[in-house]
Design a protein around this ligand. Structure first.
Ligand code: NAP
Length: 302
């Protein structure tokens, strides 16, 4: 059986990769600070990617056939406030990992972000000129460029904003919203921030599509149908059938933020669709999630 090493398995997306065992792959996940974020019974190891020797030792020990490189500082405000610390993981460690994967001919799939764009036009294609405006987007773009130089056979997934289920450590914004509504708190959602929301379950499928198709280069990985955060909140509340809590629509300009937030980051998914990935509409994805996430009684009409 082939071995897939997943960096950042204790994070939100890593938890989802490890929760859905794939036929034909032995999964080994890494964590850094939060071993409790790892899906129970998953094979795992501790790895600090900012220590280059540790990366080398991990690859020597695990001998993976492929790596999903998910570990990152993914909080946009944190990256803005701590550019050097976050660069060390998001760019330098990524380049070190790419070098070692290239040397050993280990397939590499890297998770980049829609934030490489400034959001001024939307429906971005892979060939559009990246124009990042926040530190996180700049770091993701630099990591993409370093990978393209070092290991052009690697696949780079530019991922849209994710939602879904997760473990206790790293929760998606949707879970935070559900918790707010259940505790009768309002949720603020931008009506002028448009995204191609993608479920973590679909993101996992997309990453395996890239891996199994031996894809190389950049691919947008996103859901179908652009929605504003506000529209997404209305849809989620309706599909989860929640009667408590409320949604306050706001404009981005009304809220002070640590980092630039691009208004329209919708992604064109024709390239990854032709590789075999089928983007889904959030309505169908949220219905599936509502069947999986059992909310305590008393908050919905059911
Ligand atoms: N979530 C989204 O909406 C989204 C959208 C687009 C792209 N992405 C990208 O997708 C990837 C996964 O995102 P996510 O939301 O799952 O991130 P996350 O929940 O913030 O998880 C980050 C992971 O990185 C690990 N990590 C942190 N410092 C490390 C270090 N020095 N060495 C090794 N590992 C370290 C963390 O491990 P510990 O917790 O154990 O320390 C954790 O497992 C990231 O590359 C992110 O940029 C995410």
């Amino acid at each position: 059986m082939k071995t897939l090493l997943i960096t950042g398995a204790s994070g939100f997306l890593g938890w989802n990769v490890c929760s859905h065992p794939q036929r034909g792959w032995r999964l080994i996940g890494t964590y850094c600070q939060n071993s409790t974020g790892i899906v129970p019974k998953t094979e795992n190891l501790k790895l600090d990617l900012t220590d280059k020797d540790s990366i080398w030792r991990a690859l020597k020990e695990v001998k993976p056939d492929a790596v999903f490189h998910l570990a990152a500082f993914s909080n946009i405000s944190f990256c803005e406030k701590h550019p050097e610390e976050t660069h060390a993981l998001n760019v330098t460690a990524t380049a070190h990992l790419a070098e070692m994967c290239a040397d050993r001919h280990v397939r590499l799939v890297f998770t980049s972000s829609e934030q490489v764009f400034d959001g001024s036009k939307g429906l971005y294609r892979e060939g559009d000129e990246p124009t990042p405006r926040n530190q996180y987007g700049k770091q993701k773009l630099e990591a993409e460029e370093r990978i393209a130089e070092i290991y052009p056979e690697a696949a780079i997934a530019r991922i849209a904003v994710l939602y879904g289920k997760s473990g206790e450590v790293s929760k998606s914004f949707l879970q935070q919203w559900l918790e707010s509504w259940q505790t009768f708190l309002p949720v603020t959602a931008f009506h002028d921030e448009i995204r191609s929301f993608l479920s973590a379950r679909s993101a996992v499928e997309g990453l395996f599509t890239l891996l199994e198709q031996d894809a190389c280069g950049i691919f947008n990985l996103a859901g179908e149908a652009p929605l504003s955060r506000y529209e997404f909140a209305l849809l989620a509340k309706e599909i989860f059938n929640l009667t408590t809590g409320s949604i306050i629509p706001k404009s981005q300009q009304e809220v002070e933020m640590a980092a630039y937030r691009p208004p329209n980051l919708t992604l064109d998914t024709r390239k990854i669709s032709s590789a075999g990935f089928q983007p889904r509409h959030p309505a169908g994805e949220l219905k599936d999630l509502a069947n999986e996430i059992i909310l305590p009684p008393g908050f919905s009409e059911n």
